[in-house]
Design a protein around this ligand. Structure first.
Ligand code: ZN
Length: 562
C-alpha cells in the first residue's frame, strides 16, 4: 500500500467484519510479516495498538509511505479470501488495509496474477481501460466489490440498457442460454416491485465447487457459491435461482434502503440492528416469490417453499423463546455462532422473517381488498431512500410507513410476532386466500419420537442434540452422552435400534458420561416434528378469490417446471 505521509503517526487498519455478514471474523489473524518503509525505502517503526490496528511512527519527513504484508488466504467462502494455483477469490475487508484519514479518498489497486488466468471479475472500474488496474471512489466502495480471478465462463445481457455480466468460476457444464434467460427474468421481476432499477451495471460472480451454497450482497455485484449439480434443471437449480433472486433483491433492500444504524459502517466492531427480520427476512420472502413470478417455480413449488419456511419455524422450539427482533440484534453471537442448543433457544430471522412478510402481505391484500400489498411498502421505502439518501429504517418509522402506505396499524402484529414470541396463526392469513395447512407427518406418524438427535459414533451411539421440553430433555438425557446399551443390550453403532422405537414405548438407555455409567428411562411420544401440506378450499368467496389472485395468481400452473 502507498499512503500519503505527513502527520506524526498513522494507524493502518483491517476490518474485523464484512458488511452483510454479521459476525466478527478477525481478518487480522491472517496477516503476516507487516512492514512499513518511507519513500527512501528506510524501515519505519510501528507497533500494534489493537488486534486490527498497526500504528506507524516518525512520518514527519518521509513523504509517501509504503506498507507491505502477507496474507494467508485459504478459506473459500463469500466473506473471506482464497487463493490456489488455479483460482483467486478476494474480499477487500479480509485483506486490504485502510486508514481513517483516507477512507473517503479514491484509491487504485494493481493486480498481478498468472498469465494463464484470463479473467479478473469485479465491479471495480478499470483505470484507463487497463484490466489489471482498478479504481474505487472510496474504501467503502472497494469493500463492496468482491474480486474473482482465474478462468471463468462469462456472458452478459442488458436489462433496460443496463449491462449485467455473469462470470462462472469452477468446473461445471453450463446451459448459458437458459441461465441467461432465467437471470434476466429475475432482474425484471425484482425491478418491477420497486418500479425502478438504480444500477449503471451489475456483476454476478459464481464460484462452483461441490456442496457449495451461499451468497453475499453488494452494491453493484454479488458473489455466490454453488454446487455443480445446481446448474442442472431440478430442485437444486431452482434453489440456486432463489439465491440469485435473494442477492439481487438486496441491491434495493439493505444496500440502498438501510437500517438507520448501519448507514455509516464501523469496521472495528459489531454494529447492531433489530431489523434483520425485515432486511433478511423480507428478502427471503421475495426471493422465492420473484422466482415464482419469473416462472421458474410453478405455483405448487412456490407454495411448497412457503410450507418449508413455516415447517422450519414451527419445528424450532426456539421460536417460542426468542423474538425475531432479538434474533436480529444477537445475530453476531447467536445466528452466526450456533451450537447444539441453538434450535432450543433461537429462531431464524430468515425463515421466520419470510413468514412474517407472507402474513403481512396477505393481511394488507385482505384488508385493502386488493388495492395494496407489501410491494407498495417496499416501493415507498425505496422512494424515501431516493428522496433522502440519509434516510434509514428504524423500529419506529417502519410502523408509520406501513400506516401511511396501507392505512393499517400494524403495531399489534409487531408487538405479538416481531417483538414477542406469540405463534403466528398461519391458517388465519393463508385462509384469506382460501388455503389451509394440514398436518400430515408422513412416515413420522408411525415411529416414536424421543426428542433427541442420536448419531452413530465409532462403536457407540452419541446424543448430538436434545429438544427443549421433549421426552429426552425431561428424562435427563444429555448432549454428548455415549449410549452403550438400550434395554441392557449392547448397541455398538446400530442406529436402527433408535429408529425402531414405537410410540409409548419406554426405553432404558445406559449412557457413559464423564467416566461413569447411568441408566436413563425415556418414553417415546408421537412425532414432535410437524409435517405440513397445503390444501385449497373447495369453494372460494369473492374476497378469497381476489386475495389469492393478487398473491399467487398468474404463477405458472403445476405442469410446467424447470
Ligand atoms: Zn440476505
Amino acid at each position: 500500500m502507498d499512503i500519503p505521509g505527513g502527520s506524526d503517526s498513522i494507524d493502518v487498519k483491517l476490518p474485523v467484519w464484512i458488511p452483510g455478514s454479521y459476525m466478527v471474523r478477525e481478518y487480522a489473524k491472517n496477516i503476516e510479516s507487516f512492514n512499513a518503509t518511507n519513500f527512501k525505502g528506510e524501515l519505519l517503526t510501528w507497533k500494534k495498538i489493537r488486534k486490527n490496528v498497526w500504528r506507524i511512527y516518525d512520518l514527519k519527513k518521509s513523504g509517501n509511505i509504503q506498507v507491505s504484508y502477507d496474507v494467508y488466504a485459504y478459506r473459500l467462502t463469500v466473506r473471506t479470501c482464497f487463493v490456489n494455483a488455479q483460482y483467486g477469490y478476494l474480499n477487500a475487508p479480509a485483506f486490504i488495509m485502510y486508514t481513517d484519514e483516507f477512507r473517503n479518498d479514491s484509491l487504485e489497486i494493481t493486480f498481478n496474477y498468472p498469465n494463464s488466468w484470463s479473467n479478473l471479475s469485479t465491479a471495480l472500474k478499470r483505470k484507463d481501460d487497463n484490466k489489471n488496474i482498478r479504481v474505487a471512489g472510496t474504501y467503502d466502495e472497494l469493500v463492496d466489490c468482491p474480486i474473482a480471478l482465474g478462468n471463468a465462463t462469462t456472458f452478459k445481457f442488458e436489462y433496460n440498457g443496463i449491462p449485467h455480466d455473469v462470470a462462472v468460476f469452477g468446473e461445471v457444464a453450463l446451459d448459458t442460454s437458459q441461465l441467461k434467460e432465467d437471470i434476466f427474468k429475475i432482474v425484471d421481476e425484482s425491478s418491477k416491485i420497486y418500479g425502478a432499477n438504480p444500477l449503471k451495471d451489475y456483476l454476478f460472480i459464481f464460484h462452483v465447487f461441490p456442496k457449495g451454497h451461499g451468497g453475499l450482497e453488494h452494491m453493484n455485484s454479488t458473489s455466490m457459491i454453488a454446487d455443480p449439480a445446481a446448474f442442472v434443471p431440478g430442485d437444486r437449480y431452482r434453489k440456486m435461482m432463489s439465491l440469485v433472486s435473494h442477492e439481487y433483491f438486496h441491491l434495493w433492500l439493505v444496500k440502498r434502503i438501510k437500517p438507520k444504524s448501519l448507514i455509516q459502517i464501523n469496521y472495528d466492531e459489531e454494529m447492531y440492528t433489530s431489523l434483520l427480520w425485515l432486511f433478511e427476512g423480507f428478502t427471503s420472502f421475495y426471493d422465492d416469490y420473484i422466482v415464482a413470478r419469473a416462472g421458474i417455480h410453478n405455483q405448487h413449488q412456490y407454495l411448497e417453499s412457503v410450507v418449508d419456511n413455516i415447517e422450519t419455524t414451527i419445528n424450532t422450539p426456539g421460536d417460542q423463546i426468542q423474538s425475531v427482533a432479538e434474533a436480529s440484534y444477537d445475530a453476531w453471537i447467536k445466528f452466526y455462532r450456533s451450537n447444539e442448543n441453538s434450535k432450543n433457544s433461537t429462531v431464524s430471522y430468515y425463515s421466520k422473517g419470510a413468514m412474517i412478510a407472507t402474513a403481512i402481505n396477505l393481511h394488507i391484500i385482505h384488508e385493502t381488498k386488493g388495492k395494496k400489498s407489501l410491494n407498495d411498502v417496499m416501493k415507498e421505502l425505496y422512494e424515501m431512500h431516493l428522496a433522502d439518501p440519509a434516510f434509514g429504517v428504524t423500529e419506529s418509522n417502519i410502523l408509520s410507513i406501513f400506516l401511511d402506505v396501507t392505512g393499517l396499524d400494524m403495531s399489534g402484529f409487531f408487538k405479538d410476532h416481531i417483538y414477542g414470541t406469540i405463534p403466528i396463526d398461519y391458517n388465519k392469513y393463508l385462509g384469506y386466500a382460501g388455503i389451509e395447512l394440514i398436518r400430515t407427518d408422513g412416515h413420522r406418524a408411525v415411529s416414536g419420537d424421543l426428542g433427541a438427535t442420536i448419531i452413530a459414533g465409532n462403536d457407540f451411539l452419541r446424543v448430538q442434540r436434545v429438544r427443549r421440553n421433549g421426552p429426552a430433555w425431561e428424562s435427563g438425557l444429555n448432549v454428548n452422552d455415549k449410549i452403550i446399551a438400550i434395554n441392557n443390550k449392547d448397541v455398538a453403532d446400530d442406529i436402527s435400534l433408535i429408529n425402531d422405537i414405537e410410540i409409548g414405548e419406554e426405553v432404558t438407555f445406559t449412557v457413559l458420561r464423564m467416566g461413569a455409567t447411568y441408566d436413563i428411562n425415556v418414553t417415546a411420544v408421537p412425532s414432535l416434528v410437524q409435517d405440513l401440506e397445503v390444501t385449497f378450499f373447495k369453494k372460494l368467496n369473492e374476497q378469497q378469490e381476489l386475495v389469492r389472485m393478487k398473491w399467487i395468481g398468474g404463477m405458472e400452473d403445476s405442469n410446467s417446471s424447470r
